[in-house]
Design a protein around this ligand. Structure first.
Ligand code: ADE
Length: 225
Protein backbone atom coordinates (compact mmCIF):
# COMPACT_ATOMS: atom_id res chain seq x y z
CA UNK A 1 0.00 0.00 0.00
CA UNK A 2 1.10 3.54 -0.72
CA UNK A 3 0.06 6.43 1.52
CA UNK A 4 0.74 10.07 0.63
CA UNK A 5 0.42 12.53 3.49
CA UNK A 6 0.02 16.26 2.83
CA UNK A 7 1.14 18.46 5.72
CA UNK A 8 2.64 21.80 6.66
CA UNK A 9 4.52 20.12 9.56
CA UNK A 10 6.37 17.09 8.14
CA UNK A 11 8.65 16.93 11.19
CA UNK A 12 5.62 16.02 13.36
CA UNK A 13 5.20 12.82 11.36
CA UNK A 14 8.78 11.60 11.29
CA UNK A 15 9.01 9.79 14.61
CA UNK A 16 5.65 7.97 14.68
CA UNK A 17 6.49 6.36 11.36
CA UNK A 18 10.07 5.40 12.22
CA UNK A 19 9.52 2.84 14.97
CA UNK A 20 7.86 -0.47 15.69
CA UNK A 21 5.10 -1.79 13.42
CA UNK A 22 5.06 1.21 11.10
CA UNK A 23 8.78 0.94 10.45
CA UNK A 24 8.49 -2.83 10.03
CA UNK A 25 5.63 -2.41 7.54
CA UNK A 26 7.86 -0.14 5.46
CA UNK A 27 10.99 -2.31 5.82
CA UNK A 28 9.08 -5.37 4.67
CA UNK A 29 7.77 -3.47 1.64
CA UNK A 30 4.10 -3.62 2.70
CA UNK A 31 3.80 0.12 3.20
CA UNK A 32 5.27 3.02 1.26
CA UNK A 33 4.86 6.35 3.01
CA UNK A 34 5.42 9.65 1.25
CA UNK A 35 5.23 12.85 3.24
CA UNK A 36 4.74 16.03 1.24
CA UNK A 37 5.33 19.52 2.57
CA UNK A 38 2.46 21.69 1.32
CA UNK A 39 4.73 24.73 1.62
CA UNK A 40 6.88 23.38 -1.24
CA UNK A 41 3.88 23.92 -3.52
CA UNK A 42 3.23 27.53 -2.53
CA UNK A 43 3.94 29.85 -5.44
CA UNK A 44 3.96 33.19 -3.64
CA UNK A 45 7.26 34.70 -2.59
CA UNK A 46 6.75 34.27 1.16
CA UNK A 47 5.77 30.60 0.73
CA UNK A 48 2.49 31.29 2.50
CA UNK A 49 0.05 28.41 2.80
CA UNK A 50 -2.79 30.27 4.57
CA UNK A 51 -4.80 33.46 4.28
CA UNK A 52 -7.49 35.55 6.05
CA UNK A 53 -10.98 34.17 5.80
CA UNK A 54 -13.62 35.82 3.62
CA UNK A 55 -16.32 37.44 5.70
CA UNK A 56 -13.87 38.27 8.49
CA UNK A 57 -13.26 36.56 11.80
CA UNK A 58 -10.31 35.23 13.73
CA UNK A 59 -8.19 32.42 12.38
CA UNK A 60 -6.46 31.72 9.09
CA UNK A 61 -7.65 29.33 6.41
CA UNK A 62 -5.38 26.98 4.46
CA UNK A 63 -5.25 28.25 0.87
CA UNK A 64 -6.62 26.29 -2.05
CA UNK A 65 -3.76 26.72 -4.57
CA UNK A 66 -0.84 24.78 -3.03
CA UNK A 67 -3.09 21.94 -1.85
CA UNK A 68 -4.85 21.70 -5.22
CA UNK A 69 -1.46 21.69 -6.96
CA UNK A 70 -0.13 18.75 -4.99
CA UNK A 71 -3.38 16.76 -5.14
CA UNK A 72 -3.57 17.26 -8.93
CA UNK A 73 0.05 16.19 -9.33
CA UNK A 74 -0.42 13.02 -7.26
CA UNK A 75 -3.73 12.16 -8.95
CA UNK A 76 -2.07 12.42 -12.37
CA UNK A 77 0.43 9.77 -11.27
CA UNK A 78 -1.92 7.09 -9.86
CA UNK A 79 -5.48 6.38 -8.82
CA UNK A 80 -6.38 6.90 -5.18
CA UNK A 81 -8.87 4.70 -3.32
CA UNK A 82 -9.63 7.58 -0.98
CA UNK A 83 -8.48 11.15 -0.42
CA UNK A 84 -8.96 11.63 3.30
CA UNK A 85 -9.15 14.89 5.25
CA UNK A 86 -8.40 14.68 8.98
CA UNK A 87 -10.85 17.02 10.72
CA UNK A 88 -12.78 17.14 14.01
CA UNK A 89 -16.05 17.33 12.03
CA UNK A 90 -15.40 14.07 10.15
CA UNK A 91 -16.77 10.58 10.83
CA UNK A 92 -15.46 9.23 14.14
CA UNK A 93 -12.75 6.65 13.41
CA UNK A 94 -13.77 3.05 14.17
CA UNK A 95 -12.07 -0.31 13.65
CA UNK A 96 -14.36 -0.85 10.65
CA UNK A 97 -12.75 2.14 8.88
CA UNK A 98 -9.28 0.68 9.51
CA UNK A 99 -10.35 -2.75 8.24
CA UNK A 100 -11.81 -1.32 5.03
CA UNK A 101 -8.93 1.11 4.39
CA UNK A 102 -6.29 -1.60 4.95
CA UNK A 103 -7.42 -3.15 1.64
CA UNK A 104 -6.55 0.02 -0.31
CA UNK A 105 -3.78 0.33 -2.85
CA UNK A 106 -3.27 4.11 -2.67
CA UNK A 107 -4.45 6.54 -0.02
CA UNK A 108 -3.92 10.27 0.30
CA UNK A 109 -4.32 12.01 3.67
CA UNK A 110 -4.58 15.78 4.09
CA UNK A 111 -3.76 17.22 7.51
CA UNK A 112 -5.66 20.39 8.39
CA UNK A 113 -4.48 23.38 10.45
CA UNK A 114 -5.73 26.78 11.63
CA UNK A 115 -9.46 27.16 10.97
CA UNK A 116 -9.29 24.40 8.35
CA UNK A 117 -8.93 24.24 4.57
CA UNK A 118 -10.78 26.27 1.96
CA UNK A 119 -14.12 24.45 1.63
CA UNK A 120 -13.61 24.01 -2.14
CA UNK A 121 -10.84 21.48 -1.43
CA UNK A 122 -13.31 19.42 0.58
CA UNK A 123 -16.02 19.73 -2.07
CA UNK A 124 -13.91 18.85 -5.08
CA UNK A 125 -11.11 16.56 -3.94
CA UNK A 126 -11.83 14.97 -0.55
CA UNK A 127 -13.65 11.61 -0.62
CA UNK A 128 -13.67 10.87 3.12
CA UNK A 129 -13.41 12.99 6.27
CA UNK A 130 -12.21 11.37 9.48
CA UNK A 131 -12.05 12.53 13.12
CA UNK A 132 -10.19 10.58 15.79
CA UNK A 133 -12.52 11.83 18.53
CA UNK A 134 -14.61 14.70 19.83
CA UNK A 135 -11.81 17.05 20.78
CA UNK A 136 -9.75 19.56 18.83
CA UNK A 137 -6.05 18.97 18.16
CA UNK A 138 -3.79 21.73 16.93
CA UNK A 139 -3.43 19.99 13.59
CA UNK A 140 -4.34 16.85 11.70
CA UNK A 141 -0.84 15.28 11.82
CA UNK A 142 -1.22 13.30 15.04
CA UNK A 143 -4.68 12.21 13.91
CA UNK A 144 -3.17 11.06 10.59
CA UNK A 145 -0.50 9.10 12.49
CA UNK A 146 -3.24 7.37 14.50
CA UNK A 147 -5.13 6.48 11.35
CA UNK A 148 -2.06 5.18 9.51
CA UNK A 149 -1.03 3.07 12.53
CA UNK A 150 -4.53 1.59 12.72
CA UNK A 151 -4.41 0.71 9.03
CA UNK A 152 -0.76 -0.41 8.71
CA UNK A 153 -0.97 -3.19 11.29
CA UNK A 154 -3.86 -4.75 9.36
CA UNK A 155 -2.05 -4.98 6.03
CA UNK A 156 -1.54 -8.74 5.43
CA UNK A 157 1.99 -9.77 6.36
CA UNK A 158 2.74 -6.81 8.63
CA UNK A 159 2.07 -8.47 11.97
CA UNK A 160 4.23 -11.49 12.76
CA UNK A 161 1.37 -13.55 14.11
CA UNK A 162 -1.23 -13.25 11.38
CA UNK A 163 -4.04 -14.12 13.73
CA UNK A 164 -3.23 -11.49 16.31
CA UNK A 165 -5.12 -8.66 14.57
CA UNK A 166 -8.17 -10.91 14.37
CA UNK A 167 -8.24 -11.25 18.16
CA UNK A 168 -7.89 -7.49 18.78
CA UNK A 169 -10.46 -5.66 20.82
CA UNK A 170 -13.31 -4.42 18.56
CA UNK A 171 -12.79 -6.96 15.75
CA UNK A 172 -15.84 -8.86 16.97
CA UNK A 173 -17.40 -5.92 18.83
CA UNK A 174 -15.91 -7.26 22.07
CA UNK A 175 -13.10 -5.90 24.22
CA UNK A 176 -10.13 -8.21 24.81
CA UNK A 177 -9.99 -10.47 27.88
CA UNK A 178 -7.27 -9.91 30.54
CA UNK A 179 -3.83 -11.38 29.77
CA UNK A 180 -1.02 -12.61 32.05
CA UNK A 181 2.58 -13.74 31.76
CA UNK A 182 5.18 -15.17 34.15
CA UNK A 183 5.59 -15.34 37.11
CA UNK A 184 2.46 -17.29 38.15
CA UNK A 185 2.50 -15.48 41.50
CA UNK A 186 3.77 -12.00 42.38
CA UNK A 187 3.26 -10.37 45.81
CA UNK A 188 0.69 -13.09 46.43
CA UNK A 189 -1.26 -11.99 43.31
CA UNK A 190 -2.07 -15.15 41.38
CA UNK A 191 -2.68 -15.78 37.70
CA UNK A 192 -6.19 -17.30 37.25
CA UNK A 193 -5.95 -21.07 37.74
CA UNK A 194 -7.67 -21.92 34.47
CA UNK A 195 -4.91 -20.30 32.39
CA UNK A 196 -2.29 -22.65 33.83
CA UNK A 197 -4.56 -25.70 33.64
CA UNK A 198 -3.54 -26.71 30.11
CA UNK A 199 -7.22 -27.34 29.28
CA UNK A 200 -7.58 -25.34 26.07
CA UNK A 201 -11.32 -25.59 25.69
CA UNK A 202 -11.76 -24.31 29.26
CA UNK A 203 -9.27 -21.51 28.57
CA UNK A 204 -11.16 -20.53 25.42
CA UNK A 205 -14.44 -20.50 27.33
CA UNK A 206 -12.92 -18.40 30.15
CA UNK A 207 -11.57 -15.87 27.65
CA UNK A 208 -14.94 -15.52 25.95
CA UNK A 209 -16.68 -14.99 29.31
CA UNK A 210 -14.10 -12.41 30.38
CA UNK A 211 -14.34 -10.55 27.08
CA UNK A 212 -18.11 -10.40 27.41
CA UNK A 213 -17.93 -9.31 31.07
CA UNK A 214 -15.42 -6.57 30.29
CA UNK A 215 -17.47 -5.33 27.36
CA UNK A 216 -20.67 -5.27 29.46
CA UNK A 217 -18.90 -3.28 32.19
CA UNK A 218 -16.91 -0.85 30.07
CA UNK A 219 -18.52 -0.55 26.64
CA UNK A 220 -22.14 -1.79 26.80
CA UNK A 221 -22.79 0.26 23.63
CA UNK A 222 -20.75 -2.29 21.63
CA UNK A 223 -23.19 -5.07 22.57
CA UNK A 224 -26.17 -3.07 21.32
CA UNK A 225 -24.78 -2.74 17.78
N1 ADE B 1 -7.68 17.87 13.57
C1 ADE B 1 -7.89 18.54 14.72
N2 ADE B 1 -8.57 17.82 15.60
C2 ADE B 1 -8.80 16.61 14.99
C3 ADE B 1 -9.47 15.42 15.39
N3 ADE B 1 -10.06 15.30 16.58
N4 ADE B 1 -9.51 14.40 14.51
C4 ADE B 1 -8.96 14.52 13.30
N5 ADE B 1 -8.31 15.61 12.87
C5 ADE B 1 -8.24 16.65 13.70
Amino acid sequence: MRIDILTILPQLLESPFSASIMQRAQDKGHLELHIHNIRDYSTNKHKNVDDYQYGGGAGMVMSIEPIAAIIEKLKSERQYDEIIYMTPDGEILEQAHCNALSLSENLMILCGHYKGVDERIREHYITKEISIGSYVLSGGELAAAVLVDGIARLIPGVLNDETSALTDSFQDNLLSPPVYTRPPEFNGWKVPEVLISGDFSKIEQWREEQALKRTRERRPDLLEE
